[in-house]
Design a protein around this ligand. Structure first.
Ligand code: FAD
Length: 456
């Protein structure tokens, strides 16, 4: 059963107070701030970021309308099909020193782990130039890692609390995360990435071949070295989790409105409504959480953000008969392998091809085949109906950091998207930060690195 909790004091690592029945507590929260700034807030998009924002805004006593064209947590959202990791170790940006040397390869190998569709290159160039720039020096990636750490450092605990509050504690687990390598030398070849992790408080255990075998008996023998990050968590069903959080928000008083936002009605500098295809949602504040589709909305409130879709894929083998004990990342595949409710999921790949190009399912099959090689005990001749394929859109900025902050053209609108590879993990703290920004007081973390104006 879900429970709404309301805010009493600014959060500083202190768990919020859980209340009794959803309606009573939500009403009490609204009464508490009614004279002191309760607002009608429209939250645009019900992926993990939108639902987390909705819950935190309700906690502060605001009235919330969630605007979403699809089912919350449905297949249209990146939040549905991700690798399901909630990992404090996800602090290493995609763009690293030396990435620029690999760009020709990204263009030539359409099935490589990171590929650029040639036809999309002209539109991608400004983003790509910023992407290469963001990772060009060690100092830059160190700063990015620190800013990512602020978002994901306590992700497992935040999700545990949120899932418990929403009545779905079973969807969040803490099994740790296992990075697997053919040899120790392959781990050492990633020295900068692991230094960034260590410098940002990530601790791990190194496992030799025997220890790795004990941890994961069914793993293919070609992996002879492992690194276990015990503090990491995972979600057993991201789509159901987002749906449950949306239902929790509704139980706490939010209104779910089906539709797609197209812009804003601003009069005299103040927000009056979010405009939808079929009318308006009156409000005096709004949060843009439309994931990879946020760019046009951002422009409508004066910010030209650099946002692309890093298209990713997953394959899920249903009834796999093999259950790894930990979520895993093979170094030779760069993909997330996670046991989920629907089956054994392998998620990954980065394809820069825009929002509208058709999926290239061959990429999902590459993930599937790597999974089959990683666990030889999986049934190798799988009929098509035992493997579910999916493609989705990571909302990605070139510097690997989300866009969170007040809009330049209207202070009543807050941006909250662009979380790239870490949006599931970073959803809850983003929700808190957004609510703090709207409150205008102290914020749970320093918002400076995520400012929308960094692209203007
Ligand atoms: C293959 C893959 C693996 C990943 N693995 C991980 C992982 O292991 N851990 C992790 O933390 N992150 C991971 N990610 C990233 C993570 O999934 C995303 O960063 C995160 O889901 C983004 O959440 P969001 O709410 O911003 O966007 P979304 O989940 O995409 O939600 C946006 C919502 O906005 C709605 N919307 C769009 N336009 C409008 C509009 N005009 N009006 C109203 N609503 C609109 C959409 O329908 C959608 O429901 C992965 C992503 C992929 C693709």
């Amino acid at each position: 059963m879900s429970r709404c909790s309301r805010r009493r004091t600014p959060e500083r690592g202190v768990p919020r107070v859980a209340g009794a029945g959803a309606r009573d507590v939500a009403a009490a929260g609204a009464r508490e701030v009614a004279g002191a700034g309760a607002r009608d807030v429209a939250v645009i998009g019900a992926g993990i970021v939108g639902v987390a924002c909705a819950i935190e805004l309700l906690r502060d006593g605001h009235r919330v309308t969630l605007i979403e064209p699809g089912p919350p947590g449905g297949e249209q959202a990146a939040s549905y099909g991700n690798g399901a990791w909630l990992s404090p170790s996800s602090v290493v940006p995609m763009s690293m020193p030396g990435t620029w040397r690999k760009v020709p390869g990204f263009l030539q190998d359409p099935l490589g782990p990171l590929a650029i569709r040639l036809a999309y290159l002209p539109r991608l160039l400004p983003w790509l130039a910023r992407f290469v720039h963001a990772g060009a020096t060690v100092a830059r990636v160190e700063a990015t890692a620190r800013a990512l750490r602020a978002l994901v450092g306590d992700a497992p605990e935040r999700h545990r609390r949120l899932a418990a509050e929403a009545g779905v504690p079973q969807l969040i687990e803490r099994r740790g995360l296992l990075y697997i390598f053919p040899e120790r030398a392959d781990f050492e070849a990633e020295a900068l990435a692991w230094r960034l992790r260590r410098d940002n408080g990530v601790r791990w255990l190194e496992l030799d071949a025997d220890e790795l075998r004990q941890q994961e008996p069914e793993l293919d023998r070609r992996y002879r070295f492992g690194v276990l990050v015990e503090a990491a968590g995972n979600c057993t069903d991201p789509g159901a989790y987002v749906a449950a959080l949306a239902a929790h928000a509704v139980a706490c008083g939010a209104t779910l409105r089906q539709g797609a936002a197209t812009g804003f009605r601003v009069e005299g500098g103040r927000l009056r409504a979010v405009v939808l295809h079929d009318g308006e949602a009156p409000c005096d504040a709004a949060v843009i959480c439309a994931g990879a589709r946020s760019r046009a909305l951002a422009r409508g409130v004066g910010d030209r953000v650099s946002l692309e879709t890093e298209r990713g894929y997953h394959a899920v083998i249903t009834q796999p008969g093999v259950e790894p004990r930990h979520p895993m990342m093979p170094s030779d595949g760069k993909m997330a392998i996670t046991a989920t409710k629907g089956g054994l999921r392998v998620a990954g790949q980065v394809e820069l091809a825009g929002l509208d190009a058709a999926p290239n399912w061959q990429r999902a099959r590459i993930l599937r085949d790597h999974l089959l090689r990683t666990f030889p005990n999986l049934p190798q001749d799988l009929p098509e109906d035992r493997v579910k394929l999916w493609m989705g859109h990571r909302p990605s900025t070139p510097d690997g950091l989300p866009v969170i902050g007040r809009a330049s053209g209207c202070a009543d609108v807050v941006h909250a998207y662009g979380h790239g590879h870490v949006g599931l993990a970073a959803g809850p703290i983003t929700g808190r930060l957004v609510a703090d920004l709207l409150a205008g007081g102290p914020t749970v973390i320093d918002p400076t690195p995520y400012a929308p104006q960094r692209f203007n």
